[in-house]
Ligand binder design. Structure first.
Ligand SMILES: [Zn+2]
Length: 311
């Protein structure tokens, strides 16, 4: 059965992807995707991805990034998400570092194990034959906490720049590798989120050559996914303001230039609120075509016994 792979490509900026000719970020049909800001002046990662999955705004899905129950449960991280990590003032670095090690003083002891909150609202991946990993608001999304932890370690000089990017590309490979596997697993819909371009955007908002290099590498990784997954929908939650685009007053802050692109013969969704319905219309078609035989497994009980898996 055909699988529709959804790649949630955090911070993939429509203008930058066009500027640099990224053919896999911008699949056969592409457009700028309308996004929104709710708790602040710019789009927020957790709020938008939860809206993509549920089709409703933060007021309904319950993950507004405001107040004490904010996305990171810590104002220092909300602040960090708005500035280039390398440029954080020392005091903010220390606060974030302390919090990420789990001795924030609020008694949670979460440390780097801390996970994002998840919505209880029904969502796109809530159905038979649909799978999702690392999606903010729907799964624990530990890779987001990891990304911020590593950026913080790098900005404090505790790991090298080379080590930081090895870890971030490693995660990107795990995420897209999982999606490649799902392309062979008889699922109708598989969704995965990557945070690499967001980290790169914050770090390289005034370094076009470094940011371009990251876009081109992610584009190549996406190209390899196309060899394994029948159809793709690539989405972002926002873009990134950069130092070389007129009108971008705050490089390193999120822009409203989100994107949507697809290999399917259809216009991509126009707004982040349209994605759920857009996918479900197509996923239902996948489900109705589905023909499953009985479960087949040749491994016999005797084989399992011989292998020591059964007493
Ligand atoms: Zn984001």
């Amino acid at each position: 059965m055909p699988t529709l792979g959804i790649v949630a490509l955090d911070a993939a900026d429509y203008a930058l992807a066009r500027e640099w000719g990224c053919d896999h970020l911008l699949l056969d049909r592409h457009r700028e995707l309308e996004t929104f800001a709710h708790s602040g002046a710019n789009p927020n990662t957790l709020e938008v991805w939860t809206s993509v999955a549920t089709g409703v705004g933060p007021g309904e899905h319950g993950l507004a990034s405001t107040g004490e129950q904010g996305e990171w449960r810590n104002p220092a991280l909300a602040y960090a998400s708005k500035v280039a990590p390398y440029l954080l003032p020392k005091a903010a670095r220390v606060r974030i570092g302390t919090w990420l090690r789990g001795d924030s003083g609020d008694g949670t002891g979460d440390g780097v194990e801390l996970t994002l909150r998840q919505t209880s609202h029904p969502h796109l991946f809530d159905a038979e034959g649909r799978v999702v990993r690392w999606w903010p608001g729907v799964t624990p999304a530990e890779h987001l906490t990891e990304t911020w932890h590593w950026l913080n370690l790098a900005s404090n000089g505790e790991i090298t720049d080379d080590e930081l990017w090895r870890r971030l590309y490693g995660n990107a490979g795990l995420e897209l590798g999982w999606l490649q596997g799902m392309g062979h697993a008889d699922v109708a819909v598989a969704g995965v989120h990557l945070h690499l371009l967001d980290a790169a955007g914050h770090a390289f908002a005034t370094h076009p050559e470094r940011l371009r290099e990251t876009y081109e590498r992610v584009d190549r990784l996406l190209g390899s996914v196309r060899e394994h997954v029948d159809d793709l929908l690539v989405l972002s939650d926002h873009g990134m303001q950069v130092g070389w685009i007129d009108g971008d007053d705050d490089p390193g802050f999120h822009s409203f230039r989100a994107l949507a692109s697809t290999t399917l013969d259809a216009d991509p969704p126009a707004s982040v609120f349209d994605v759920r319905e857009w996918v479900e219309a197509r996923a239902d078609a996948f489900d109705s075509e589905r023909e499953r035989g009985a479960a087949v497994m040749d491994t016999t009980e005797q084989q399992l016994r011989d292998l020591g898996y059964l007493e």
